[in-house]
Design a binder for this molecule. Structure first.
Ligand code: CO
Length: 215
């Protein structure tokens, strides 16, 4: 059996196990998708959202990219965000990064990696904003881990800066925003930041006050 065929084989086994446990398992999922959570995570294969939170299909709406970035020019992320917030009326958005993130590590070097330089540039900006705080720490893992945490928090604030989130906050007092970091070595998630609806942004210049007038 070829490697990829193993996946199809395992899928069949998984599907029949689900039905054996609960004959209605798939019927319930076909008709309705009403997840409470949007997960914005790293593409890293070691951080699978459903597995590490013991959630089932239908419970988490998921977007993943390298180093869990929230960029206002990323049409893919913005489309997921708009759909999650306006149509699914998601209650919680979780930005979950992880220690040992290769994207963050790469951004801390002066090495060129080709096309992905443009993506990692955004993490270099986070480094620049918090340079002093990072460089107070000893070189090596301590600095990498610090930038990983700061990058997650920056992305939570990037969410809060979107008109999608600010409009929802004004309309329905939701969703809540969370920044979490996952540890590869023990599998535990540590919460870093929570932003309540209509909470303080990291700078007031990012706040829009006429979003509801726009319709
Ligand atoms: Co990563």
């Amino acid at each position: 059996m070829k490697v990829f065929e193993q996946l199809l084989f395992e899928n069949k086994a998984w599907a029949s196990e689900r039905v054996a446990e609960d004959p209605n398992y798939f019927h319930r999922l076909v008709d309705i998708q009403k997840p409470k959570f949007l997960w914005i995570g790293c593409s890293d294969s070691r951080v699978p959202p459903n597995e590490i939170t013991q959630t089932q299909p239908g419970e988490i709406f998921i977007h993943r990219n390298v180093a869990n970035l929230v960029l206002h020019t990323d049409l893919n992320l913005l489309s997921v965000l708009q759909y999650a917030v306006e149509v699914l009326e998601i209650e919680h958005i979780i930005v979950c990064g992880h220690y040992g993130c290769g994207g963050v590590k790469a951004a801390m070097t002066n090495k060129s990696y080709g096309l992905i330089n443009k993506w990692l540039r955004n993490i270099k900006d986070v480094y620049r904003y918090h340079q002093q705080e990072i460089e107070e720490l000893p070189e090596g893992d301590a600095r990498v881990n610090k930038l990983i945490e700061l990058n997650i928090m920056e992305q939570v604030y990037n969410l809060a800066k979107t008109s999608i989130i600010q409009k929802a906050w004004q309309k329905r007092n939701g969703p809540h925003l969370h920044g979490w970091v996952y540890a590869l070595d023990d599998g535990v998630i540590k919460p870093l930041v929570d932003l309540e609806p209509n909470g303080e942004l990291d700078h007031p210049i990012y706040k829009y006050d006429n979003l509801l007038d726009e319709g």
